[in-house]
Design a protein around this ligand. Structure first.
Ligand code: COA
Length: 188
């Protein structure tokens, strides 16, 4: 076994877990989940059935990734952030066939205690502030805060807020250009 799971973690059958991934105390990975390499799952995390998690993903304590959620490479999930998978839940109606897809694209980060309403896509390297409620698609590199989450700026791959001159900004990873209110990488 090339990954590590703490003795209190429960790993169901038919799960694929990549090399060097670490799964800490009281976490549970359900059947047919796929987790990439070099990931870490803190205490009390759940990876739902059939969920796909990419490589290099960091999941802090108390996060449940439900069926219907897909996580690309290098995503950060802050402590106690919340996913959802049914838009109009009722205890007495089965809505398993109605799970809405939620997609977190490469390199994005979600702050502590944020909630992601199902059905949205969070773009590459976007950053969601702590406590935000995301109920709309988020543009790549957008910095989002509040309830409902609104964009207050742009971040680079570094996660730092970008400062623009003539619609151009840069950090240690890339040079970015604002084109029609979308951020594009012009040089890496
Ligand atoms: C969103 C965030 C990255 C912004 O940081 P920043 O660029 O330094 O921004 P500032 O602190 O200058 O705040 C800019 C504005 O956004 C507001 N703001 C910042 N974070 C906010 C949040 N989480 N929710 C609501 N508003 C927020 C500030 O009050 C400020 O508003 P103002 O201009 O009206 O005064 C940061 O506040 C944050 O929430 N980080 C996530 C931390 C986290 O959860 N980490 C998890 C691992 S432990």
């Amino acid at each position: 076994m090339s990954y590590f799971a703490h003795e209190t973690a429960i790993i169901d059958e038919s799960v694929v877990i990549g090399e060097n991934t670490k799964i800490w105390h009281f976490s549970h990975v359900l059947s047919e989940a796929t987790i990439g390499e070099n990931c870490s799952f803190g205490q009390n995390c759940v990876v739902g059935p059939k969920v796909n998690v990419g490589n290099g993903v960091k999941v802090q304590n108390n996060v449940s990734i439900y069926e219907g959620v897909e996580i690309e490479d290098d995503v950060f999930l802050g402590p106690s952030m919340v996913f959802t998978n049914v838009i109009n839940p009722r205890a007495f109606i089965q809505r398993k066939e109605e799970f809405k897809k939620t997609l977190l694209k490469k390199g994005c980060s979600v702050g502590a205690n944020a909630t992601i309403v199902c059905g949205v896509t969070i773009g590459e390297y976007a950053l969601i502030g702590s406590g935000a409620v995301v109920n709309r698609d988020v543009k790549p590199y957008a910095l989002m805060v509040g309830v409902p989450a609104k964009q207050i700026g742009w971040v680079g791959i570094s996660g730092n807020t970008l400062v623009f001159k003539d619609n151009i900004a840069q950090d240690e990873f890339a040079v970015y250009k604002l084109i029609n209110d979308n951020l594009e990488v012009v040089k890496r």
